[in-house]
Design a binder for this molecule. Structure first.
Ligand code: AMP
Ligand code: MG
Length: 350
């Protein structure tokens, strides 16, 4: 029997070796004992708890129903940017771990008009995202969906929600923010300033004028997004992404074909994208067309398409990355610091 030679250095190890900083900034978390006992981790997790409570306060006051999210299901978000899905053998049937609950959020509107979940997501992000300081393989979203809403209705809601959450942390988490050395004025700039709005086209033009070669028909790349984020004092929306840059469920404009009624929210200070959202495609035939256009096989989405054929409500909604919002509020170097048991792409840890 011949034994295949074992590569002396795994791709993950090679990546780790290539990263120069070995302190708190590194993408490799410390062992759980050190991480969980650290005052910085405790302060961060308390802030995260306040973020979730504040989101529940605002959404509850606005009449939203909180539903517990599915973690496995017949369908999930097809995703983008190279993240892999995880299959589960469900009694001989292939189910998926949720990369996001978007398709279940749409279906949930059959029961209630305004819903939200605090939902875990698993995405096997590509190895190169291990060093972006903002990608985890397991993370959580505050996932919101509103029947009959437009994109502009939900950007207004997202702004109320983020400003309320940040204001609640400034008001109630002074000790924790002090432990972390967070610049509270930078947080006030988020809580107290109206969020600006630029189109994807304007964002591309700004980046190109600064010498960054952003593509016109793709999501803003991580570097470009960070450049814009660092240049801004307040949070801002990027709206109207081009078709091809996003999933089949972002609704295409009827008057401006090729443009999607969607948005991202970018936080200032280099923290970058914290929310993606859109008006949704809900009509059966349009969904089939958009699936084919985005390279998805409609047969894989039978559970969802069967519901759409019977009638999914029109809706709009968004997902907030909870660890990314926590990272910004707490002023952390990397998103894994906002987790009790971080899962960094490619890094085998907790
Ligand atoms: P998406 O619809 O893929 O943009 O995901 C919605 C939100 O979840 C994003 O705006 C991020 O805040 C967050 N998010 C997405 N992927 C990750 C990840 N790999 N790690 C941490 N947060 C993520
Ligand atoms: Mg996004």
């Amino acid at each position: 029997m011949t034994i295949a030679p074992v590569s002396p250095v795994s791709p993950v190890q090679a990546l780790q070796d290539a990263v120069p900083d070995a302190g708190q900034n590194t993408f490799v978390p410390p062992p759980p004992l050190q991480h969980l006992r650290s005052p910085a981790t405790r302060a961060t997790l308390r802030i995260q708890q306040r973020i979730v409570a504040a989101a529940r306060e605002l959404l509850g006051a606005e009449g939203f129903m909180e539903l517990l999210p599915p973690t496995i299901g017949a369908v999930t978000d097809p995703g983008s940017r190279g993240a892999k899905q995880v299959d589960i053998d469900f009694y001989g049937h292939t189910y998926k771990l949720m990369t996001s609950g978007i398709l279940y959020k749409q279906a949930s509107l059959l029961a209630f008009d305004k819903i939200f979940n605090v939902a875990p997501n698993v995405r096997l992000e590509p190895l190169e995202t291990a060093t972006t300081h903002r990608h985890l393989a397991e993370f959580h979203q505050i996932d919101v969906e509103v029947a009959g809403a437009t994109r502009d209705d939900v950007t207004a809601l997202a702004e109320r929600l983020v400003r309320h959450v940040v204001a609640a942390c400034i008001a109630d988490m002074g000790d924790e923010l002090a432990v972390l050395g967070r610049d509270v004025d930078a947080l006030r700039a988020i809580a107290e300033t109206d969020f600006e709005r630029i189109t994807h086209r304007e964002a591309v033009e700004r980046l190109r004028a600064m010498g960054h070669g952003q593509s016109t028909d793709a999501e803003l790349d991580w570097e470009g997004e960070e450049i814009l984020s660092r240049k801004s004092l307040g949070a801002f929306f990027v709206v109207d992404y081009p078709k091809g840059s996003r999933g089949f469920y972002d609704r295409e404009s009827a008057t401006d074909p090729g443009v999607l009624h969607n948005f991202d929210l970018i936080l200032p200070g280099g923290f970058g994208e914290v929310i993606s959202g859109s008006e949704r495609e809900y009509e059966y035939t349009r969904l089939i067309t958009r699936m084919r256009e985005t390279g998805e096989n409609p047969a894989k989405y039978r559970w969802y398409l069967d519901i759409a054929r019977e009638g999914l409500p029109a809706s709009a909604g968004f997902g907030i990355g909870l660890e990314r919002l926590t990272r910004c509020v707490a002023g952390l170097d990397a998103v894994w610091q906002a987790c009790s048991f971080p899962k960094i792409p490619g890094v085998v840890s907790a």
